[in-house]
Each structure stands twice: as structure tokens, then as C-alpha cells.
Design a binder for this molecule. Structure first.
Ligand code: AHR
Length: 686
């Protein structure tokens, strides 16, 4: 039977004996705290600046490539002007500006910016701002102009009066009535040469935003947020990754207190991934992102270890611990009685946010971090956080050092075979009273030579996820979900990549400035399917056959009343016949069987091509109560019975897309359902 044929059919008693007979119990759950599928985000591949952070202007504050060696590029002069960096007129934390000197006596002169490898002009309203210094009394024109045709899509004139020695803040909007034919567009900012009576003007923080997700000021790109929302993510592990650690010295870690408040107060820093981070996407923006996608923040904090192997000594660590406590106070502190809570309120967030999970560092088992992490760093951070915030679950970035009741973050970048042969059972073999995030996982190389079945870190990573790899990851996720009592959540990494600046080849979603061209990889598809149907309980499954080529996990959703099985096939020589019963589910019950497939194991998505096909059909259990169907090789499938309370459990309850835990366990179990009031983890959940 081929992939395209209808896979489900009754094959009678003869068939049953040859099938994978799976029997799902109605009780005996190993977990009432099922796996949370989530997102891991750091600014890598220009996924933040030039990515999900919706700022359209590249080098808006003349900090690139580094504030100490700033360049005007990619700005260009318009209408006869010279552009030069000026380091003598700081604007709050932004040390550099551009000096624009007209070379003509009359006419519109100024500067233009091509965006982050393009600007997507759509029929919509853009919000702009800039700072100007110098004597000027006249109009300033902002316009979105095509570099391909010269056509102006949007234009506005703002009457500006500015003086020498003071920065004047100007805001404006630009409305385009039509879409540009391509992304080859610029923002032009021009002034009347004759009115610049001192002979030049300075500009800084020239910013332009399109409409953002949920209309947040300083917010996020809508299409990328929508692509993430499709994954029904429960948590967001922020803000890294290596990018919290800094690589060269202790001054380029993610220093949260320099990422808050007005944009001009944020100096930015050299990120870990080879480019400057403006940190316009700062702590508050990360947390609002979590709110907007209904995700629980898993907050990673700098813990005194840098990627070059620098470690803060035990004697010098306390200020860094205090800094994390201040960060938590900024996030959660009372706006009237706490110092940092009051500052947060001044920043426009009096209500604050909540943090239930803090990850101490990132991959502290690497780059010389392990000895000090296990000797004092993890413990010092953990006890200080717990002393003030007993409800917080601290997560060790080195999962090998955790004790009973503690949580660790497990990372695995691998090949399809390794995910299936080794990683499927990884969490079967960890102590039953320890807890994990699979905070970063991805297939990064093919099985076939020259790489072999394990990751070869000397060889390049794949430039895209591919179907066999996405199936391997799904087998891993199924293994992870079978251990929902131990595994809190799982997140693919990295999540986003701007095609114009890729430091890490294999990513889940690829994009450019063209919002219509965003590519959802094969792994995006598999996660979307597996995450979109949530158990409230994982249930025991008995089978007459071992795992492989069929891998499965089953459970139920007590809110929808749906019984659910998630399955993947890997390395099958023929279609796999399955006969599946759910204890207590009557003969004649309908179920929704959804499976996704691709033309071949190396199929991958690219702009304009999506290889993944989704097929859904309703099947009915036979007189013995079994759902009978074939699954072709290399598919991921979800079977969900018609729920007692409506729907089929497939996307039937949007509460399952979110964390739900803030309102208790009712209406959707969450990653929070494993947390007790003392921040200890418990497999029993609510
Ligand atoms: O996901 C890319 C990198 O891989 C992360 O920054 C780091 O944690 C891991 O090594």
C-alpha cells in the first residue's frame, strides 16, 4: 500500500494476528503531568534582531558591527549628502550617531536604510521614530521607497524644530496603500538642505516597526509569531542557549538589567553568535512574548561561566547571584514595596509576570564549566533562588548532577538513527524521581556516510531539517512522552533562522524579510502534530510486539474525553498494520486518524515548497473495539477518539495549547502541574 492510498481499513481476524496489537489501559497512568512541547529561543541566525523582533531598521543606532568600531552601513546617502559616524553626541546609552552634511544648498537630502536584507512593504501602517540634533526648523520627510522601481509607497512630512546640543525625539506613522512587488525597499529620511542652517544635522535611533503581534509596542513579527503559535507551545526557554553565556569575557553575557526600560537606555552587547545584539528584544519583551503565545517562561540566567572557559570563583560569585535575585524581583516584585518591582512599574508593566522555572546557566558541562558548576555554582544559585522563591523549580544545565526531586536540562543534537536506536529509550533509563527538560534537540546530520550514525561535530550541520530526521525526532519525542512523569518539556533548537545570516544550519523555521516566504520545516510539521494533541494522562500500553518499526505512546484527555495514541514508523520494510484498543472504549466508536508523510526520507521544505502532506480520516472501532489501520513507513500519526465532551482531542481543546498551570490544573494540565508549592517536582501533578 502506498502513502497516498487510504491507510485505514478493517482487515478482520486474520489480520489481527499479524498486526501490531496495542492495548491501552484505562488507568495506571505513569503520569498525570504529560509532556509539555515548547520553544527554545536565543538570538542566533539573526532570529532576534532582524528576525522575530519586528524592528525593520538595521543599524538603527549606529552600533554595528560594534559600538566601538561603528559603521554607517547599511545606511546610504540620499539627495546629495555625506554621512559620517559621530562619537561625540551620546544619546543615553547609545554612544554614536550619524552626521548628515548636505552637499547641495537646496532640496531634500538625508539617508536611507534597506532594512534587515529588505523591507516588506504591505498595505498597512508603520510606526516610526528618530532623534535629531542640530539647528533645524522645517519639514522632515519619511518615506518607504522601492529600490527596484523608485516608486514611493508611503510618505509623510513631519514639522520639526530642533536645536544644537539637544536631542529632539520625533515620532511619525507611515501608511502604504499597496504592497510592494518585492522586499527591495528602503526607509528614506530626508530634510530640506537650506533649513539645516549649521550645515549638518545628527540623527540617532531611527526606528520603524510594522504592525506587531497583538499590537505590542516594540513587539514581534506577526508571521513568525503565527508560525510558533501553530506549534501550540507550552513554554519558551529564553534567552539562550550559548547567548546567555557570552564567549569572550564576563562583560558580554546576557546582562538582563541592560535590556530593560526605554530603548535608548539599552547599550546592547556583542552576542555569542558573531553579531551585535541591540537588545531591543530584552527581558520584558521576552516575557510579553510568553504572555502573547500563552507560554510559560523557562528563564535561563547567567551563572558565572563563559564559553571561553572563564569561571567566576566562589568568592566572587555572590554579586552574580544577587543579580539574578534582582532579575526575579524585577519580574515578580511588588510594584510599590520592592525596588526592582517599582522600576518595572515605571517601565509600564506594573502587573509583572510570573516565573516558575529558572535554568541556572546553559550547558555547564561544556567549556570547562563542569568542575565549578558541580562544586559550587549550581548549588549557590539554587539555594539563593529557593530561599526567596520556594515555588521556583531550578533547572540544572548539567543533567548529570541532579539529585532526587531536581530537574536537569538534556540537550541532544544527533542523527535519525541515533534518535531512534538510543534516544527513544533515553528517559526510560534515568532515575524515576528525577526530572528533565529536553531543552534542545534536533537532527543535524544524515545517517549515511560520511557521517555515520552519530553526530560528527567536525563536519557541517545540515542546512535544513529533513523528513527522516524529523521522524527520528518524533520517535525521540514519543519516548519522551512515554516518560511524562520524568520529562517536563521538550523544545527543538534552534527555532528560527534568517536565511541571510545563518550560524547554525539546521533550524525549525527559516525566513527572510519577505513575510510571505517563511518556511516551516519538516520538523515544524511533526512537532505541530504531536504538540497539537495533548494528553492529560499518559496510559500504559501493552503490545505483543516490541518497539520498531512502530513507536507509540498513548493516553487520554480527560477534558475532551478523548483517548489518544501517537505513533511514528521508522525503517519499516512494509506498511505497518495496527490494531489498537482503548480499554473502556466501545465497539463502533469513531476516531480521527491524522498522519503526515513526505515523498522520501530526504525531503525537505524550502521557499515555495512544502513536502509534508497531512491526511485525516475518521475510522470506527470494530466489533472487538479495535481501531484497525495501516501506517506506511516514515509517518507520524495521531489517533484520537471522538471525545465524550465533543471533538476528537485533535486541537479540540485550545487550553492544551497553553500552559494552563497559572489557573491550576483545571482546563489543561501544564508543565506547572508537576510543581509542588515548594518548587519540588512531583510526578503526581494536580
Ligand atoms: O542551539 C544552538 C546551540 O547549541 C545553543 O546555543 C547551545 O545551548 C547548544 O550548544
Amino acid at each position: 500500500m502506498g502513502f497516498t492510498k487510504v491507510a485505514a481499513f478493517a482487515f478482520g481476524l486474520m489480520g489481527l494476528s499479524q498486526a501490531y496489537n496495542l492495548n491501552v489501559a484505562s488507568s495506571g497512568s505513569n503520569s498525570s503531568s504529560p509532556l509539555a512541547y515548547g520553544v527554545m529561543f536565543e538570538d542566533i541566525n539573526h532570529s532576534g534582531d532582524g528576525g522575530i523582533y519586528a524592528e525593520l531598521i538595521q543599524n538603527r543606532a549606529f552600533q554595528l558591527p560594534d559600538p566601538s568600531t561603528p559603521e554607517v552601513a547599511p545606511w546610504t546617502a540620499v539627495g546629495g549628502a555625506a554621512l559620517a559616524i559621530d562619537t561625540t553626541l551620546p544619546l543615553s546609552a547609545l554612544p554614536n550617531s550619524v552626521k548628515v552634511t548636505p552637499s547641495v544648498k537646496h532640496g531634500w537630502v538625508g539617508l536611507a536604510n534597506p532594512g534587515w536584507w529588505g523591507i516588506d512593504v504591505q498595505p498597512q501602517t508603520y510606526s516610526g521614530e528618530f532623534y535629531i540634533e542640530g539647528t533645524y526648523n522645517g519639514p522632515i520627510k519619511a518615506a518607504l521607497v522601492s529600490s527596484t522601481t523608485g516608486q514611493t509607497f508611503a510618505s509623510t512630512k513631519i514639522q520639526v524644530t530642533s536645536k544644537t546640543g539637544n536631542w529632539t525625539h520625533v515620532t511619525y506613522t507611515l501608511t502604504s496603500k499597496k504592497a510592494a512587488e518585492d522586499i527591495n525597499n528602503v526607509l528614506q529620511l530626508t530634510f530640506q538642505s537650506a533649513q539645516a542652517t549649521d550645515g549638518s544635522l545628527h540623527f540617532n535611533f531611527i526606528s520603524l516597526f510594522p504592525p506587531t503581534y497583538k499590537n505590542r509596542a516594540n513587539g514581534m513579527r506577526i508571521d513568525l509569531m503565527e508560525a510558533l503559535a501553530e506549534l501550540s507551545p507550552s513554554f519558551n526557554r529564553i534567552p539562550g542557549g550559548n547567548n546567555i553565556e557570552g564567549d569572550l569575557a564576563t562583560d558580554n553575557f546576557f546582562n538582563w538589567s541592560l535590556t530593560i526600560g526605554p530603548q535608548i537606555d539599552r547599550p546592547g552587547r556583542q552576542g555569542t553568535w558573531g553579531y551585535f545584539n541591540t537588545e531591543g528584544l530584552g527581558l520584558a519583551e521576552y516575557l510579553n512574548w510568553c504572555v502573547d503565545l500563552d507560554m510559560e517562561p523557562l528563564l535561563a540566567v547567567y551563572d558565572g561561566h563563559n564559553l571561553n572557559g572563564t569561571v567566576i570563583s566562589e568568592a566572587d560569585l555572590q554579586p552574580y547571584i544577587d543579580d539574578v535575585l534582582n532579575e526575579l524581583e524585577y519580574i515578580m516584585g511588588d510594584p510599590t514595596t520592592t525596588y526592582w518591582g517599582a522600576i518595572r512599574a515605571q517601565h509600564g508593566f506594573p502587573e509583572g509576570w510570573n516565573i516558575n522555572y529558572v535554568e541556572i546557566g546553559n550547558e555547564d558541562y561544556l567549556s570547562g564549566g563542569q568542575p565549578s558548576y558541580s562544586a559550587y555554582r549550581y548549588q549557590m544559585f539554587e539555594s539563593a533562588i529557593k530561599a526567596q522563591y520556594p515555588h521556583i523549580v531550578t533547572v540544572s544545565s548539567d543533567p548529570s548532577i541532579i539529585d532526587a526531586g531536581q530537574a536537569g536540562d538534556y540537550h541532544i543534537y544527533s542523527t535519525p538513527d541515533e534518535f531512534v536506536l538510543t534516544e527513544f529509550s533515553h528517559f526510560d533509563n534515568v532515575p524515576s524521581d528525577t526530572y528533565y527538560f529536553a531543552g534542545e534537540y534536533a537532527t543535524v546530520q544524515y545517517n549515511k556516510p560520511p557521517f555515520g550514525s552519530s553526530t560528527n561535530w567536525s563536519a557541517p550541520l545540515n542546512s535544513h531539517p529533513f523528513w527522516e530526521g524529523s521522524i527520528g525526532e518524533s520517535v525521540f519525542l514519543i519516548g519522551t512522552e512515554r516518560n511524562g512523569d520524568k520529562v517536563i518539556g521538550a523544545s527543538y533548537a534552534p527555532t528560527l533562522a534568517n536565511n541571510n545570516s545563518i550560524q547554525w544550519g539546521t533550524d525549525m523555521i527559516y525566513f527572510t524579510a519577505d513575510t510571505s516566504g517563511t518556511v516551516r520545516s519538516t520538523s515544524h510539521h511533526t512537532i505541530k502534530l504531536l504538540s497539537g494533541t495533548r494528553f492529560t494522562e499518559t496510559l500504559p500500553v501493552t503490545s505483543d510486539t516490541g518497539f520498531g518499526p512502530l513507536y507509540y505512546v498513548a493516553g487520554q484527555n480527560t477534558d475532551t474525553g478523548s483517548s489518544i495514541a501517537k505513533m511514528a514508523t521508522y525503517n519499516a520494510t512494509d506498511d505497518v498494520p495496527v490494531a489498537l484498543t482503548f480499554e473502556g472504549v466501545a465497539p463502533g466508536t469513531k476516531a480521527n486518524l491524522t498522519w503526515i508523510s513526505a515523498p522520501g526520507p530526504f525531503s525537505y521544505a524550502y521557499e515555495g515548497y512544502d513536502p509534508v502532506t497531512t491526511t485525516t480520516e475518521i475510522i470506527t472501532s470494530n466489533s472487538a473495539g479495535a481501531f484497525e489501520f495501516f501506517l506506511p513507513n516514515y509517518v507520524v500519526a495521531v489517533l484520537a477518539t471522538e471525545g465524550t465532551y465533543g471533538g476528537y482531542g485533535v486541537g479540540a481543546n485550545t487550553n492544551y495549547a497553553g500552559f494552563g498551570g497559572y489557573s491550576g490544573c483545571k482546563g489543561g494540565k501544564s508543565i506547572q502541574s508537576q510543581v509542588t508549592s515548594t518548587g519540588k517536582l512531583s510526578g503526581n501533578g494536580c
